[in-house]
Design a protein around this ligand. Structure first.
Ligand code: GAR
Length: 228
């Protein structure tokens, strides 16, 4: 967490506590084996870091099999190296069609035996090629309270609309962008003097708290389906 994010989290409590409800453990008992994750990221990787930290501190029963990134400058690579997590680079500029990039990504996910795909700031639109190959097994984090403010300018759009509350959403990825089933959300206040950076920083504090919880929920579903 950066100093700004720490300040934000201390001075701006979220409106919705994503603390586990009492029924959570009953509904999502830890499985006898870790869920195998493939994380896709394009940028700083603070969500990747939060997920890795939750795993290594024993709060999330999961293993990151591979981190796929598409931007050679992405800071997430440094983070993956630090956690000693295998990283695979697929440069979207090398592919004429989005479908070809997605086919390559599927190959990598299968090679690393991934069960659940986690988009953590992956800034490319996914095609049905990938969505169908991992149907109901791809999560995305979006920096707004969906269904409000879909798309790539969610934080700016929330400020421009003058909303007083915004937040973040973890959802299953469906063919229509930012539209799949919502798994978890957390809300934060929007202050009159907020900039894109200040509001996004406050939202990210909540992203880092709820992503591991949402992964545990999705993992529970996958474990239950594979036990049948
Ligand atoms: C996150 O804040 C996430 O909400 C946003 O990208 C950021 C990545 O940050 N995702 C989207 O806008 C997806 N449409 P990170 O690289 O530090 O995890």
């Amino acid at each position: 967490m950066t100093n700004d994010q720490r300040l934000n989290s201390e001075s701006s409590p979220s409106f919705i506590s994503p603390a586990l409800p009492p029924s959570f453990m009953a509904e999502n008992p830890p499985a006898d084996r870790p869920i195998r994750l493939g994380i896709m990221a394009s940028g700083s990787g603070s969500n990747f870091e939060a997920i890795a930290a939750a795993i290594f501190s024993g709060q999330l029963h999961a293993k990151i099999q591979v981190m796929i990134y598409n931007n050679p400058q992405a800071r997430v690579l440094e983070r993956a190296n630090r956690w000693q997590i295998p990283a695979v680079f697929h440069n979207h500029r090398d592919y004429k069609r989005r479908e070809d990039l997605d086919a390559k990504i599927i190959e990598t996910l299968h090679e690393h035996d991934v069960e659940l795909v986690v988009m953590a700031g992956w800034m490319r639109i996914m095609t049905p090629v990938l969505i169908d190959a991992f149907s109901n097994r791809i999560l995305n984090m979006h920096p707004s309270l969906l269904p409000s403010f879909k798309g790539g300018q969610a934080v700016e759009d929330a400020i421009a609309a003058g909303v007083k509350i915004s937040g973040c959403t973890v959802h299953l990825v469906a063919a229509e962008v930012d539209s799949g089933k919502i798994l978890m959300q957390a809300a934060v206040p929007v202050f009159p003097n907020d900039t894109r950076e200040s509001l996004h920083g406050r939202i990210q504090v909540q992203e880092h708290r709820i992503y591991p919880l949402a992964i545990a929920i999705a993992a529970g579903g996958i474990h239950r389906r594979s036990a049948r």
